[in-house]
Design a protein around this ligand. Structure first.
Ligand code: ADP
Length: 203
């Protein structure tokens, strides 16, 4: 006889302190601001500056960044398509919990596949998900190359590198499209803050 607990045996535990209560206590509308774009497009830089700006406004935030998550929660995953999908799924589940906790979550992951970003949106919830396309052309990303990863990828030292030998599927209809070429960081951050002011009055 199988004594293991099956997933069909699991029952969602009802709790009295709910998401709305937590959001109310923080006086904000929780949301996930999902940055997507090529490596070196500016995701981490923008996410960091955005979080600083939000905290200055008294918001409660949490920043999830690619390398940090890959060193911990997702350290068992590589960069094959299957592993990239699982990486994004875990981050989305984490994002969902943080949004449920009442936080404004900023994520900075390449998240190259449209299907995975759609999955993230469905996990976190349509009303609490803002897709932000950090739209920096590949040649500019390669020119910046702050971590030297493009030159390694071009030399064949890194496989499955997005933009070189792994595809990046640009969003067709992002909530926000950020151009970074020839624009200052404060300008770019303001574009997101203006969006939040317009669409998420209490964010
Ligand atoms: P990613 O997280 O997408 O890999 P990073 O934020 O690590 O990208 O690197 C982006 C690089 O581009 C940084 O060196 C940053 O200083 C530079 N950069 C130049 N202009 C901008 C801008 N307008 N917005 C964001 N980053 C910019």
């Amino acid at each position: 006889m199988n004594m293991n607990i099956e997933s069909s045996d699991l029952v969602l535990q009802l709790v009295d302190v709910d998401a709305a209560t937590r959001a109310r206590m923080k006086c904000q509308r929780p949301v996930a601001i999902w940055l997507t774009g090529l490596s070196a497009s500016g995701k981490s830089t923008i996410a960091n500056a955005l979080e600083v700006a939000l905290v200055e406004r008294g918001r409660h935030t949490y920043l999830l960044d690619g390398d940090n998550v890959r060193m911990g929660l997702c350290r068992d995953l590589g960069f094959t398509d299957v592993d990239r999908e699982e990486n994004i799924r875990r981050i989305a589940e984490l994002g969902r919990l943080f949004v449920d906790a009442g936080l404004i979550v900023v994520t900075a992951f390449i998240s190259p596949f449209r299907g995975d970003r759609a999955l993230a949106r469905s996990i976190i919830g349509e009303d609490a998900f803002i897709e932000v396309f950090v739209d920096t052309p590949l040649d500019e990303c390669e020119r910046r190359d702050p971590k030297g990863l493009y030159s390694k990828a071009r030399a064949g030292l890194i496989k499955n590198f997005t933009g070189i030998d792994s595809v990046y599927e640009a969003p067709l209809n992002p909530d926000i499209r950020l151009e970074t070429l020839g624009r200052s960081l404060p300008e770019v951050v303001k574009q997101i803050l203006d969006y939040l002011d317009k669409h998420f009055a209490r964010s």
